[in-house]
Design a binder for this molecule. Sequence first.
Ligand code: CO
Length: 214
Amino acid sequence: MTIPSVADLLANNRAWAERQTKQDPGFFKRLVSQQTPAYFWIGCSDSRVPANEIVGLDPGEMFVHRNVANLAPPQDANYLSTLQYAVQVLKVAHILVVGHYGCGGVLAALQNLRLGLIDHWLSPIRTLVRDNQAELLALPTEKAQHDRLCELNVIRQVENVATNPFVQEAWEKGADLTVHGWCYSLENGLVTDLDAQISQKEDVAAIRRLTRRV
Ligand code: CO
C-alpha cells in the first residue's frame, strides 16, 4: 500500500467537495445553516473503524466522540462535554457505543501490559476483567477472551452513559433517547448489536448485571 502524501489529501478533498456539490448543489449550504444529527457515536480511535462510513451516514448526520477503547469514563471532561452537547443541545435520539473486536486497548488491559499513561486510561477495563474473571477464564483461547472482553467493555460503557446525570435528566424530562451497545468486526465489516440497549432509567439494572458476574 502506497502512503498518500499530504498534497494527495488536499487534492482528494477538492475532488470530494466538487463531487458533493455536483450531486447535491445545496449540500454545504444546508450544513452551514444547522447541525441536526439524530445519532451520537462513541467509538474507538482505531483508524479501521470510521464512524460515518460504516453506517452509511453523511456529514451532518452523526455527532462523534472517539477515544482509545471507546470508553465513557464518568470523570472525563472531553467525553462529558460531547455527551452534554449531544443530549441537551442536539437532542439526539440514539447514542451508539461502538466497540470493535481485536481492539488493541482492550487487549493491553487483558494482558495487563505496562505501557505508560495509557495504563491509567485503560484501568476501567482491568476492573472489568476482574469483575468477569470466571467467564473469561472459561473461554478456550486468548482470542475468545479478547473478543468477549471487547463486548463486555461496550456493555459497561452503555451502563456508564445511561447512568450519566445528563442522560438521566433527559429521561426524567421525557426525552426519547436510547443508548445502544454495538461491536464491529474488522474481519468482515459487520456490526453486531449486543442487545444491551437502554431507553429508560428502569432498564439500567438488567444491563448492570451483564458485566458483573462475580
Ligand atoms: Co480499539
